[in-house]
Design a binder for this molecule. Structure first.
Ligand SMILES: CC(=O)N[C@H]1[C@@H](OP(=O)(O)O)O[C@H](CO)[C@@H](O)[C@@H]1O
Ligand SMILES: [Mg+2]
Length: 559
């Protein structure tokens, strides 16, 4: 690094001193904290993004959001060249520079890292960073901090993309690096045109959606997703969508609203109630990368029937499987290409969903919690579908399978036009454009659910009947040091402290259909306990007993 660059960095970093006594770490979803202490962190992430852009010679994204956290929090995460999460290999460096106590130590760390990673740091090569933020009031100032971080690396350019959903920014980064049109309007155009294409391919006998089945009411978590969905909706004639709890309304972000609240509490979000009984409803989270559906059963006040990420996954899997079977009928003769379809879940997936998917003959894989793990696994298949129970997920198509599909759909359209196989190929191609290939996206997810329900001719009730969730309970236990819990086998088995897994096994064995695991959270200072059993009472008792065991082993009061 030359002297000019060094003084540029020293100068600008002295304007972003880190708060005393705060240690921050790049967790499951980037850095997240109270917004008031984040400006130095975001500034430094700006530097990190510029270095990543130099190293990969690609456009990198910086998203300022704290998703479903309360409005006074904020956070920052990096989108890598393919639109996915920052390479895990860089996370320790992110931690190190975020916590460097002084500008001099920051400079030293950067110098060491540049050397170790052989980052071409000559001030000549261009670096470009796309910056986006959600609707939080602290977002504007933090975006400026990120911009200053980026521009403290000579030659790096920051482009402010404005207020966006997290998946929109990831989509833009991916599109830019593929050399395709990447504006927000391009995003809306791609989603709306592929949605229309899927609507046009619905079998005519199934296309009648009537009355209550027609309308969808969406809870926008008082965040960015509601406003964006309204824009998207204007491009779609065929959907009857009402958006509530949009950022343009009065309510507070994530306060008694949103996918996280709805999934955890299983009650209606604000603005919903018995008047909505039977109507198909959906909830987005604060940055619109999670989606769950629900309906209000008749004669209840606040309780809902939740249609969670596992059921969205099952619906997608059924649809994709159907299209593959149409394609494969003919393929036995010509150009045979048997697509490998893989499902990826975490241990939090309801056991009934896993059984259901396995009964369909599908390959189900498990990874640790966190989208970066699920995404990585799903990318190993021709078509990989991943979802967390909380509604974060997407469908990935391999490049080679897309190429094969394109060739095949051309052949089919010249040979057997209008055949089921041709339609199936066109549907799969449309799904690959509708569903966000970079990261889980509640907006594209809503559109895909809506079109598949029409394709199947199903109400939300029919969909919910695919299988019945096993009763489950999730608890949090505060412990002295959660890092003393070490797990294996996709977090289903405790390896340390010794003896804990044995007592969990002994407890679980007492319950019919009992399943229970514990793991340290990656986003909160707690150990999470998850239990399933044949009745709600049994699931509750199992979770409580295991929470007590965790407390005994790790010594602190449970909550
Ligand atoms: C049980 C659960 O819902 N865990 C969430 C939560 O992670 P934890 O590591 O469990 O705190 O936040 C993650 C980031 O948003 C999300 O990916 C994950 O699914
Ligand atoms: Mg989110």
């Amino acid at each position: 690094m030359n002297k000019e660059q060094e003084s540029l960095l020293l100068n600008s970093s002295s304007r972003f001193l880190i708060p005393q006594g705060v240690k921050i770490s790049y967790g499951t979803a980037g850095f997240r904290e109270d917004a008031s202490i984040l400006s130095s962190t975001v500034y430094r992430v700006g530097i990190l993004a510029a270095l990543r852009s130099l190293q990969t010679q690609s456009v990198i994204g910086v998203m300022i959001t704290a998703s479903h956290n309360k409005v006074s929090d904020n956070g920052v995460k990096i989108a890598d060249p393919n639109g996915g999460m920052l390479s895990q290999h860089w996370e320790p460096f992110a931690d190190a520079i975020a916590n460097a106590p002084s500008p001099q130590q920051l400079l030293q760390l950067i110098n060491e890292f540049v050397e170790k990673e052989k980052i071409p740091f000559d001030g000549i090569r261009p670096a470009e960073i796309l910056l986006g933020r959600d609707t939080r009031p602290s977002g504007d100032a933090l975006l400026e901090a990120a911009r200053q971080g980026v521009t403290s690396i000579a030659g790096a350019v920051a482009s402010d993309m404005g207020i966006l959903t997290t998946p929109q920014l990831h989509w833009m980064v991916r599109a830019r690096n593929k050399g395709i049109k990447a504006s927000e309007q391009d995003y809306f155009d791609q989603l709306s045109s592929s949605f229309r294409c899927l609507m046009d391919l619905i079998p005519t006998e199934r296309s009648k959606f009537d009355g209550i089945n027609g309308k969808l009411v969406v809870d926008g978590a008082n965040g960015v997703g509601g406003a964006k969905l309204k824009i998207l909706h204007k491009l779609l004639n065929d959907l009857d969508i009402e958006v509530r709890n949009s950022s343009e309304d009065e309510g507070v972000l994530n306060d008694g609203v949103g996918a996280d609240f709805v999934q955890k509490e299983k009650v209606v979000p604000r603005g919903f109630g018995s008047k909505d009984a039977g109507i198909r409803c959906a909830s987005l989270d604060g940055d619109a990368d999670r989606l769950v559906y629900f309906y209000v059963p008749p004669e209840t006040n606040a309780q809902i029937d939740l249609v969670d990420g596992d059921k969205i996954l099952s619906l997608f899997a059924l649809f994709i499987r159907e299209q593959l079977s149409f394609l494969n009928e003919k393929e036995a003769i010509k150009n045979y290409h048997k697509a490998r379809l893989g499902i990826v879940q975490t241990a939090y997936a309801n056991g009934a969903s896993t059984n259901y998917l396995k009964h369909l003959g599908l390959e189900v894989n498990f990874t640790p919690t966190g989208v970066k793990y699920l995404h990585e696994k799903a990318a190993e298949f021709d078509i990989g579908i991943y979802f967390e129970a909380n509604g974060h997920g997407t469908i990935l198509f391999s490049e080679s399978f897309i190429e094969w599909l394109e060739v095949r759909s051309n052949e089919l359209s010249s040979g057997s036009k209008g055949s089921e196989a041709e339609k199936a190929a066109l549907r799969l191609l449309a799904v690959s454009k509708l569903i966000n290939q970079a990261v889980g996206d509640a907006l594209s997810g809503v559109l895909l659910v809506e079109v598949i329900l029409r394709h199947m001719g199903w109400s939300i009730h029919k969909w919910n009947e695919l299988y019945h969730d096993l009763p489950s309970r999730q608890l949090k236990v505060k412990v002295a040091d959660r890092t003393t819990v070490v797990t294996a086998n996709a977090e289903t088995v405790v390896v340390r402290p010794p003896g804990l897994q044995e007592v969990i096994n002994a407890e679980t064995a007492k319950y019919t259909q009992g399943r229970c695991f514990v793991r340290p959270s990656g986003t909160e200072d707690v150990v999470r306990v998850y239990a399933e059993a044949s009745t709600q009472e049994a699931a509750d008792t199992l979770a409580n007993s295991v929470a007590k065991l965790v407390d005994q082993f790790l010594g602190c009061n449970s909550s």
